[in-house]
Design a binder for this molecule. Structure first.
Ligand SMILES: O=C(O)c1ccccc1NCC(=O)[C@H](O)[C@H](O)COP(=O)(O)O
Length: 260
């Protein structure tokens, strides 16, 4: 079993237990269900922002503990002040040390789009994302069928959520596209063996249809890479570890973006 298989097996148990604790009707009656969401596309194309989707990430399967000392409020407001176009908040507990409460806390203190960074395998989690205060959901092509991707993205749109589709190769891209998606993310990290290469983004850039914005995800740690990705047509950049490994991720991002 590779790590993605392990994460998905555990996620199935978590979703079953969440469904037993809270009904969809209860999720729909939460305060956040009424709020107007922020559209990822609007913020990625806003020239006053950096295009960076900055991630709050305590731990990962590939790196272990990155930083478990900082508060989500402090880090995410620091990112927003540094010009983040959006925030990514991990809600997976077992593999990333994230929590639903992190997303709720980030929502209270930020006015830019927030991605619920988790492994979505069930419509319940999309509705839950809205209830937690998210604006964006992530759909990972490697663990979903084309019908699931279409159905989940359609549901997300009906709730006012943006969908970020994540692919790692041409085959995943070709089988997963549908009109309900907003942004395509190319993950430079192979989630099955953890190898990373920016070439993954560069090689797929040209075959993403023009109607979708595109972002490059993972293993971005210097400004030259951002410049190269921008030249290749990328509108956004998902960055976690490079900022989170410091004592002050917001400050690290402020310094980083001076070079853009
Ligand atoms: O980061 C991991 O080790 C990982 C392992 C298995 C599945 C997903 C994983 N990461 C999710 C991500 O996509 C990254 O957190 C995100 O792109 C930021 O990456 P980075 O800037 O390299 O922290």
């Amino acid at each position: 079993m590779n790590i993605l298989d392990k994460i998905i097996a555990r996620k199935k148990e978590e979703v079953a237990s969440a469904k037993a604790k809270k009904t969809i009707a209860e999720l729909e009656s939460s305060f956040s269900f009424e709020r107007q969401t922020y559209a990822l596309k609007d913020f990625l194309t806003d020239p006053s922002k950096t295009g960076i989707i900055a991630e709050f990430k305590r731990k990962s399967p590939s790196k272990g503990i990155i930083n478990d000392k900082l508060s989500v409020q402090e880090v995410t407001t620091g990112y927003a002040a540094a010009g983040a176009s959006a925030l990514s908040v991990l809600t997976d507990r077992d593999f990333f040390m994230g929590h639903d409460d992190d997303l709720i806390a980030a929502r209270k203190v930020n006015e830019i789009p927030i991605l619920r960074k988790d492994f979505m395998i069930d419509e319940y989690q999309i509705i839950e994302a809205k209830a937690l205060g998210a604006d964006i959901v992530l759909l990972i092509a490697a663990c979903l069928t084309p019908a699931e991707i279409r159905g989940f993205a359609k549901l997300a749109k009906s709730l006012g959520l943006s969908t970020l589709l994540e692919v790692h190769n041409k085959e995943e891209l070709n089988r997963s596209l549908n009109p309900y998606l907003d942004v395509i993310g190319i993950n430079n990290r192979n989630l099955k063996d953890f190898t990373v290469s920016i070439e993954t983004s560069l090689s797929l850039a040209e075959i993403i249809p023009k109607e979708f914005l595109k972002i490059s995800e993972s293993a971005i740690s210097n400004i030259e890479t951002i410049k190269t990705l921008k030249k290749a047509g990328f509108n956004g950049f998902l960055i976690g570890e490079n900022f989170m490994k410091t004592d002050n991720p917001g400050k690290a991002m402020t310094e980083f973006v001076k070079g853009i």
